[in-house]
Design a protein around this ligand. Structure first.
Ligand SMILES: NC(=O)c1ccc[n+]([C@@H]2O[C@H](COP(=O)([O-])OP(=O)(O)OC[C@H]3O[C@@H](n4cnc5c(N)ncnc54)[C@H](O)[C@@H]3O)[C@@H](O)[C@H]2O)c1
Length: 370
């Protein structure tokens, strides 16, 4: 199969959908890989490395789209790319269709096979192609929090781990899923005093077993949260209720209980945020202040560390990409239920119920299209 990887052109997106190692693996499986020139530069991978891996470099995005049977991307196609996608072409990327009617209509019109990373799902309901980005954002959260706790950045001037003879910083993590677990682990590694709050007792039991001594677990409820934030230096929002907006665990009024110069990093901002005063920010302008509390609410945190994010993403997507390339989308999705759940649009028909429902478009059962 011919696999094409164009350069990401969404503003501030430096990731690429395939590493040189990924290109080499696909090549070994007998496939041809076409990379747009400089597509890997933002992630630290040069055209030369891709060439060494056996890929062909093409100058323009149009050439990549025209050549490839399957396009691999990171972000959803944007307007300039809509017209480049053609009938029967497989497009394997993050789509997040429900957040864009324009994109959904464009992909219907193109009659492509749209396989969305975010809906590929394992039997245990986990989302294997979303996990790597939650891991990255979770591990970044204490790093960003530590930075903004510095006095020169507007914080209260607390060192996360403290030093002998001083109290370490007090870090509260709301939500103990992928983001929360990774955040707690890193904050604990820095030497902070960490509390993870979740409303799932089974999850708390597990975390209590695996976390180091400087991490405490606590049931998430308004009373415990109110008490905990009074002495917090850093609060990390990492809550998710699948398919719904994040619950507002810290209201505007509760925020007044927090100390001046303390920091909130709301990773769940992409689902509306679990802190009422949070609104999405960008890497160019990541923070703002409400009631003397610094807010960091960047909606695409992994974009700041494209080298790590690209490798983490490829580690997860590559086995699926290889299966799609080896078998063709139809056989691969018939034989692998996880991939089948990734099918969002086939030949102009919406085959993922959540997407059809979002815009009251016609839904076609995926099995009818197979
Ligand atoms: N900003 C970014 O760049 C970025 C990157 C990756 C993920 N995210 C977002 O981070 C959020 C968390 O993702 P995840 O992968 O960790 O999800 P997850 O499903 O693994 O974990 C969510 C956790 O929240 C807990 N929870 C639900 N309601 C709660 C409540 N009332 N109080 C306390 N805990 C509660 C759940 O029990 C679960 O353990 C999502 O919104 C995700 O989209 C953002």
């Amino acid at each position: 199969m011919k696999i094409g990887v164009p350069k990401e052109i969404k503003p501030n997106e430096n990731r690429i959908a395939l590493t040189p190692v990924g290109a080499e693996v696909l090549k070994r499986h007998g496939h041809k890989v076409y990379i747009e020139s400089n597509a890997g530069t933002g992630s630290g991978f040069s055209d030369t490395e891709y060439k060494k891996a056996g890929a062909t470099i093409l100058k323009k995005a149009k050439e990549v789209f025209d050549t490839a049977d399957m396009i691999m991307k990171v972000k959803e196609p944007i307007k300039q790319e809509y017209g480049l996608i053609r009938k029967n072409q497989v497009v394997f990327t993050y789509f997040h269709f429900a957040s864009s009617r324009d994109l959904t209509e464009a992909m219907i019109k193109s009659k492509c096979i749209a396989i969305a990373y975010e809906t590929v799902q394992k039997e245990d309901l986990s989302l294997p192609l979303l996990i790597p980005m939650s891991e990255v954002a979770g591990r970044m959260a204490p790093q960003e929090g530590a930075k903004y706790l510095e006095r020169t950045m507007g914080g209260r001037g607390v060192l996360l781990g403290g030093v002998p003879g001083t109290e370490p910083a007090n870090v509260i993590v709301l939500g103990g899923g992928i983001v929360g677990t990774n955040a707690a682990k890193i904050a604990a590694g820095f030497g902070a005093k960490v509390t993870i709050m979740d409303n799932n007792l089974y999850r708390l039991r597990y975390l209590d077993d695996v976390m180091p001594k400087n991490v405490t677990t606590m049931m998430s409820n308004p009373f415990n949260i109110r008490e905990a934030i009074k002495t917090a230096d850093l609060v990390i929002g990492a809550v998710l209720i699948a398919g719904a907006k994040a619950p507002k665990l810290i209201t505007k009024n509760m925020l007044k209980l927090m100390r001046p110069g303390s920091v909130v990093v709301d990773v769940s901002v992409d689902q509306g945020g679990c802190i009422e005063t949070c609104r999405p920010t960008t890497h160019a302008n990541p923070t703002y202040v409400v009631n003397d509390v610094l807010h960091y609410c960047v909606a695409n945190m992994p974009g700041a560390v494209p080298f790590t994010s690209t490798i983490a993403l490829t580690n997860a997507t590559l086995p699926y990409a290889v299966e799609l390339a080896d078998k063709g989308w139809h056989k691969a999705c018939t034989e692998n239920h996880e991939l089948k759940l990734g099918l969002n649009i086939i030949n102009g028909e919406i085959t993922y119920k959540g997407v059809a429902d979002a815009f009251k478009f016609k839904y076609t059962d995926v099995d009818e299209m197979m």
